[in-house]
Design a binder for this molecule. Structure first.
Ligand SMILES: NC(=O)c1ccc[n+]([C@@H]2O[C@H](COP(=O)([O-])OP(=O)(O)OC[C@H]3O[C@@H](n4cnc5c(N)ncnc54)[C@H](OP(=O)(O)O)[C@@H]3O)[C@@H](O)[C@H]2O)c1
Length: 319
């Protein structure tokens, strides 16, 4: 398999002074298959420039972090390493303890960014005080949130102040573009990076016989690329956007890395936008459709992760 270097595009990551690859690597369920293949996939992904690695204490109850730790051993400095604290651990002292545990599993002394996985019962003041303490100790270089809708972001900004939240990690794929309504604009106004997760719909990618799938195929053929690469490229079309596909085989990792150097024309982006209407509200009613056609970067129905999440997400459906 070729490990020829890819000219991976980078974007400035929110208020940090870091330029981070637009295509990163997710690790949810990475522990559930062949361990050697998962490590090989992550390492090949790193070789190909996907050095933004997303982990969480929740994934495999720490097993995913251990795999990441093995994959990044001896190349830590080249990586933008992210992990997440579970809401039920997110008191001030619990956040610090959870981070220490993640660091041990990852085999490192610092995270580049540490996220609150989703908003829970602990006041944000508590969690952010934990983040501050970790930051002062050099154990995290930045921190952010995940699954925050605009009211949550407003609360977080009120607690932390401007330009403190590095990123908001949120669901974002071609068939789920609700963040374009309000979350993405809010983050762009406030300099918060937007990391889209589940870019392939958590394994439910548009098939070749769907209208959208055909559009992706046609555009892919014009670039000697694949529909998945075209989708990834669309999902990072703005300077605020990043994406973190998960691959557990080197073949998948190699394919995904190719999106880092793919470029689509405005006309191609517009075709994809039209093929995947931007949300539950009927296309044409969103703000962006007035007075001109939707560019895919404005209003849709504001669906929030928080509202859709089951009451007990960890024990029922794991995020
Ligand atoms: N903050 C949050 O609440 C949250 C929630 C969900 C996810 N995330 C993060 O986002 C990451 C990505 O989301 P996800 O894992 O849910 O779903 P995803 O990346 O949308 O989809 C992963 C699925 O796509 C397959 N795949 C990957 N590359 C492929 C390729 N080139 N060709 C064919 N199939 C391919 C994978 O198969 P293989 O495994 O066989 O390669 C896997 O079945 C997670 O791993 C996690 O790090 C965060």
């Amino acid at each position: 398999m070729s490990t020829q270097s890819i000219s991976m595009e980078r974007h400035r990551f929110g208020p940090t002074q870091r330029d981070v690859p637009v295509i990163g690597q997710g690790t949810w369920y990475i522990e559930s298959g062949d361990r050697a293949a998962a490590i090989a996939a992550l390492r090949l992904g790193l070789d190909l420039g996907m050095t933004h690695v997303d982990a969480a204490e929740m994934y495999g109850s720490g097993a995913a972090e251990e795999i990441v730790g093995e994959a990044i051993a001896e190349r830590r400095d080249a990586i933008f390493l992210v992990s997440k604290v579970l809401p039920e651990h997110a008191s001030r002292s619990g956040t610090i303890a959870a981070c220490e545990d993640s660091l041990a599993r990852l085999g490192t002394d610092r995270l580049d960014c540490y996220l609150l996985h989703w908003r829970g019962a602990y006041p944000l003041e508590e969690t952010f005080a934990g983040f501050d303490q970790l930051e002062r100790a050099g154990k995290i270089l930045a921190w952010g949130v995940s699954n925050f809708d605009v009211p949550d972001l407003e609360d977080a900004r009120d607690v932390a102040g401007e330009r403190r939240i590095a990123c908001n990690q949120v669901l974002y794929h071609l068939e789920e573009r609700a963040i374009e309504d309000a979350v993405l604009p809010w983050c762009e106004r406030h300099g918060v990076a937007v990391v889209g997760y589940a870019p392939f719909g958590h394994g439910r990618f548009p098939g070749p016989h769907t209208r959208g799938g055909r559009v992706l195929q046609e555009i892919a053929a014009a670039h000697k690329a694949t529909p998945r690469l075209v989708a990834l490229r669309f999902l990072v079309r703005r300077a605020s956007l990043f994406t973190i596909p998960k691959a557990s085989t080197p073949e998948h990792a190699a394919e995904n890395a190719g999106a880092g150097e793919l470029r689509l024309s405005d006309a191609e982006l517009a075709r994809i936008d039209a093929a995947f209407p931007c949300g539950p509200r009927a296309h044409g009613s969103c703000r962006c459709c007035r007075p001109r056609p939707c560019t895919g970067l404005s209003s849709t129905g504001s669906t929030t992760m928080r509202r859709r999440r089951p009451a007990s997400p960890v024990s029922t459906f794991s995020w």
